[in-house]
Write a protein that binds this ligand. Structure first.
Ligand SMILES: [Zn+2]
Length: 425
């Protein structure tokens, strides 16, 4: 039995306290331009983890670290046999990262616990705030490493064996900062997982909307393409006798763009990296490698985009005399979030009088892996000009507060309020 959570409709987080905590964490690894450089499993990451753990301990939480260094900060409920209601994100950043990406999701969770503590509200199910290891994938690949191990996307052994450019393994880096924990013997059951996050895109801001009720994440297919032509002198070689790999690449880049545009509004197609050989002013390029990143919301459409890309490569070969090889390297299926939890976010946004719109995540998040093993939802709030992974990343305190209030009510709703909680709340 739990109390009617409508009783707590007036409950609100302390937005100023949330902001202060964000600014305090951002001092660890602060950059001159106002951003944060706190790469995963570095000494600075260790300091950030220590600070967040200290805040949770002060709230009476129990701290558990698993084999890949994910930190679970548990606030007991009245029925600790129930699976926990979780919220979390990551506190590692890109080399030129900002203060909010990831950090917001973790500290919004801490602020939820602080608010419940202030008001002496005990939930029925336990609550856990989680820091996932290496979401960014900047120092170690694969990205979303901690949540990926948790969700069984790859093994702990595989993750621990990965090395950075200096040859340091994940296993050693975890030991160095004191976060090599114990892997639980059985998978951990999760009642629900919530992740509050800045949008990292421009849509909420463009619609003057405070909350994005995230329906799911785009599926992704990544490829390596190599194009083989022939190097030759730029002067003596007539146009009709050339096998110009860079010219072929230019056509393929146009095709990638067209494939994405044909699948609007969620289709995305990007060639982000190119290696042209010999890259010399007066040599016809003879060899070229490039990457392709295709995304969309529906797996069948993603398959259609995949076929269109293969077709574009084949046509290029036929029309140009170039040799084109297309190698798939990454596949993430589109991931829908739990309709009931997404509905809950939408409903509470309306109840609390925040503007809200449905949205999809174009980027990967820990929540995308969690959705494979637990009912999951995300709460997006706007970030200035849609910019993140940048030192100028910025968000408005009132938006962060709004998202945190939704997190509070959604967690309370799912976890239930213990019957013996004082009525003063
Ligand atoms: Zn993030």
């Amino acid at each position: 039995m739990s109390k009617d959570t409508n009783h707590y409709a007036d409950l609100r987080v302390d937005g100023a306290r949330l902001w202060d905590s964000l600014m305090e964490l951002a001092r660890i690894g602060a950059t001159e331009k106002g951003g944060v450089c706190r790469l995963t499993l570095t000494e600075l990451d260790g300091q950030g983890r220590d600070l967040v753990s200290k805040w949770a301990t002060a709230l009476g939480c129990q701290i558990r670290v698993d084999g890949i260094g994910n930190i679970f900060m548990r606030r007991a409920g009245s029925r600790n046999d129930l699976p926990p209601v979780m919220a979390g994100s990551h506190i590692d950043t890109q080399p030129t990262g900002g203060k909010f990406d990831g950090n917001y999701g973790v500290l919004a969770g801490i602020e939820v616990l602080r608010t419940l503590e202030d008001r002496h509200i005990r939930t029925e199910a336990p609550l856990e705030i989680v820091v996932w290891t290496n979401e960014e994938g900047s120092r170690f690949v694969p990205v979303m490493m901690g949540s990926g191990v948790f969700a069984g996307a790859f093994t702990l052994e595989h993750a621990l064996a990965q090395r950075d450019r200096e040859g340091i393994s994940v296993a050693d880096a975890l030991k160095d900062i004191g976060y090599a924990g114990q892997q639980p013997e059985a998978p951990v059951a999760v009642r629900a997982y919530f992740e509050a996050h800045i949008e990292q895109g421009p849509i909420l801001e463009a619609h003057d909307t405070v909350i994005g009720a995230v329906q799911g994440a785009l599926g992704q297919r990544w490829y390596d393409v190599s194009i083989q032509g022939q190097e030759a002198h730029a002067g003596p070689t007539p146009m009709e006798m050339r096998r110009d790999a860079l010219l072929g690449a230019a056509q393929l880049i146009q095709s990638v763009n067209a494939i994405a545009l044909q699948h609007a509004p969620h289709g995305r197609g990007t060639v982000g990296w190119i290696d042209n050989f010999p890259n010399s002013r007066n040599v016809i390029p003879g060899r070229l490698r490039l990457t392709v990143d295709l995304r969309t919301a529906d797996d069948q459409i993603l398959d259609a985009m995949d076929r269109a890309l293969s077709e574009a490569c084949r046509e290029l070969e036929e029309n140009s005399g170039l040799q084109v090889t297309l190698e798939p390297v990454v596949y993430f299926p589109p991931q829908a979030f739990d309709p009931e939890l997404v509905g809950l976010i939408d409903q509470y946004a309306r109840d609390l009088s925040y503007s809200v719109m449905p949205t999809v995540s174009g980027a990967g998040h820990d929540a995308v892996y969690l959705a494979r093993v637990a009912p999951t939802a995300m709460i997006f709030v706007p970030c200035k000009d849609g910019i993140s992974h940048n030192e100028i990343e910025d968000a408005r305190p009132e938006h962060l507060e709004a998202g945190c209030n939704l997190l509070l009510h959604a967690m309370l709703h799912v976890a239930g309020v213990a019957i013996d909680t004082e009525a003063s709340a």
